[in-house]
Design a protein around this ligand. Structure first.
Ligand code: ADP
Length: 444
C-alpha cells in the first residue's frame, strides 16, 4: 500500500496548534521576493499618477530609447533582457530622469520593476568622471542593499567608470578613507555612521537620495528617524525618491517627511480570486487519516504540481517524513533554512524538479503559486482566536484574476472543525466547498 507501515498518530489536532512559533519578517519576505522574481509580475491595472507640480513631466515612454540614455547604459539595459519598460517604469522613468529633477513616491507590488527603475536613474544621473559619492540609496537590510547593488553592477557593466559601494555592517572601511564610488547603497544605521561620525563622504554633493522598501523601513525600529536625519543633511535640490510595495497611513506620513512636493505614482495590485478554483474538503479524525486521504489523492496530485500547507512545523515535519518513508519525492520549506536556501528550494520546485512542496504558512509568503495545480491545506489556516484566517486561505489558494489558471484545492479538516469550512464558504460566497470522503468507498 502507499501508506507503508503505520505509526501511532499524534494526539493533538492540527487546527489546535498555534502558529506563534513562526514570526513574520517583512525584510525577509522582501528579500525572498527579490530572489524569486526573475521576471516581471504581470498586472492588468493602469498606473495612477498624482502630481502636485503642474510643470512636471507626465508622459509615459514606450521604449528605453526615448530616454536618450548613454549608449553604454542602454546596452546594459538590453543585455539584462529588458526589451520594453514595465508599467511602473514607463511612468516613473521620465519623472526620474527629468531636468530639473523631480521628487517621486512610487508604490507597486514587488516584482513590477521599481528597483530596475531607480537603479537606471542612479546610473544615468551620476557623473562617472567625478570620483565622489553622488547617489545614496537606503534599504532595510544588508542583503537587500547587496541585491540592489547587484542590479546596479549588472546594468552598469558597460559604464566602466561608475562604481558602487556598500554602507553595511561588516564592510570595513579604514579611517581617513574618502569614498570614490559614485553610488553608495546601505542600511540607515551604517549610512548614518559613514555620513556623520566617520565622514567618509561629503553629503553636500549628493544629488540623488533613494529610499527603497519604505514599508519595511518604517517597520524597523529607528530606521525612519535615521533616514530622516540623513535626508535633512542633504542639499535642498537633491532629488528624493521613495519606493514601497504597500501604502499604509503611517507610511504616507513618513514618505511626505522625506519627499517634498512629490509626484506620486501607484500601480494597484492584481486581486486574488477563488472563482476558477474548485475546492473540496475531507473530514478526518487525525493526521494519520489526513495522510490517508492525501495518499488517495496522490495519484492525481502528481499529474501537476502540488503545494501542501501545514499549520505547524511539527505537522510539516511529520508529513514530509511519512511521505519520504513511503518513497515520495517531496521538497520542504522550513523556517530553519536561510533565505537563500529557501529561494533555492522554491526555484527547484518552480523548475519542476520536485512535484510536491510541503511548507508552513510563514515560509510560503511570497511564493507565487500560479503554476501549482493543486493546493492542499493539511490544516485550515486559523488565527489566534481559532477563527478561519480568510486572507491566508485566499493567499494560498486564490489566483490573480486575469492571469490565473484553473486550480484545485483540498482541505483536510478535523472533525470538530467542520464549522470552519462553513465560515469560509460564507465568507467567500459563490465559491462552495464540496465534501469528500477521506477513504475511497469500498468497491462491492
Ligand atoms: P521590484 O523592485 O518592483 O520588486 P524589480 O525591479 O526587482 O521589481 O523587477 C522584478 C524582475 O523583473 C527582476 O527580475 C527584473 O530583472 C525584471 N525586470 C525589471 N524590469 C524589466 C523590464 N523592463 N523588462 C523585463 N524584465 C524586467
Amino acid at each position: 500500500s502507499v501508506l507503508g507501515h503505520r505509526r501511532e498518530p499524534p494526539h493533538s489536532s492540527e487546527d489546535e496548534e498555534s502558529e506563534e512559533e513562526e514570526r513574520e519578517d517583512l525584510a525577509e519576505s522582501s528579500l525572498l521576493n527579490k530572489l524569486l522574481h526573475t521576471s516581471l509580475v504581470e498586472n492588468s491595472h493602469d498606473v495612477e499618477v498624482l502630481q502636485q507640480d503642474p510643470s512636471s513631466p507626465l508622459f509615459s515612454i514606450r521604449t528605453f530609447e526615448e530616454l536618450h540614455l548613454k549608449k553604454e547604459l542602454l546596452q546594459g539595459v538590453y543585455t539584462m533582457g529588458f526589451n520594453r519598460p514595465s508599467k511602473i517604469q514607463a511612468n516613473a522613468l521620465p519623472i526620474l530622469m527629468a531636468h530639473p529633477p523631480h521628487n517621486l513616491i512610487a508604490q507597486s507590488q514587488s516584482g513590477t520593476g521599481k528597483t530596475a527603475a531607480f537603479v537606471l536613474a542612479m546610473l544615468s544621473r551620476v557623473k562617472g568622471a567625478e570620483r565622489y559619492p553622488q547617489c545614496l540609496c537606503l534599504a532595510p537590510t544588508c542583503e537587500l542593499s547587496l541585491q540592489i547593488g547587484h542590479v546596479a553592477e549588472k546594468m552598469g557593466r558597460f559604464c566602466n567608470d561608475i562604481k558602487v559601494t556598500y554602507a553595511v555592517q561588516g564592510n570595513r572601511v579604514s579611517a581617513g578613507t574618502v569614498l570614490e564610488e559614485q553610488i553608495v547603497i546601505g542600511t540607515p544605521g551604517t549610512m548614518l555612521d559613514w555620513c556623520f561620525k566617520r565622514r567618509l563622504l561629503n553629503m553636500r554633493r549628493i544629488c540623488m537620495f533613494v529610499l527603497d522598501e519604505a514599508d519595511v523601513m518604517i517597520d524597523t525600529q529607528g530606521f525612519s528617524s535615521q533616514s530622516i536625519r540623513i535626508q535633512r543633511a542633504l542639499p535642498k535640490d537633491c532629488q528624493m525618491l521613495l519606493f514601497s510595495a504597500t501604502f499604509k497611513e503611517t507610511l504616507w506620513k513618513f514618505a511626505l517627511q522625506i519627499v517634498s512636493r512629490p509626484i506620486i505614482i501607484k500601480l494597484r495590485q492584481e486581486e486574488l480570486t477563488l472563482t476558477n478554483i474548485r475546492q473540496y474538503y475531507f473530514v478526518c479524525r487525525n493526521w494519520e487519516q489526513k495522510y490517508e486521504a492525501l495518499c488517495n489523492l496522490y495519484g492525481s496530485i502528481t499529474i501537476g504540481q502540488a503545494m501542501i500547507f501545514c499549520q505547524t512545523r511539527r505537522s510539516a515535519d511529520w508529513l514530509s517524513m511519512k511521505m519520504i518513508q513511503d518513497g515520495h519525492q517531496v521538497a520542504m520549506l522550513t523556517a530553519e533554512l536561510s533565505i537563500v536556501q529557501r529561494a533555492e528550494v522554491i526555484q527547484r520546485f518552480r523548475d519542476a524538479k520536485e512535484k510536491v512542496l510541503i511548507t508552513t504558512n510563514v515560509c510560503a509568503r511570497g511564493i507565487d503559486v500560479a503554476q501549482v495545480t493543486i493546493v492542499v491545506n493539511f490544516g485550515l489556516p486559523i488565527n489566534r482566536q481559532k477563527q478561519p484566517d480568510f486572507e491566508t486561505y485566499l493567499h494560498r489558494i486564490g489566483r490573480a484574476g486575469r492571469f490565473g489558471k484553473r486550480g484545485i484545492a483540498f482541505n483536510m479538516v478535523d472533525s470538530h472543525s467542520v464549522h470552519l469550512v462553513h465560515c469560509i464558504e460564507e465568507h467567500f460566497r459563490e465559491c462552495p466547498l464540496f465534501p469528500c470522503s477521506p477513504v475511497p468507498p469500498v468497491q462491492p
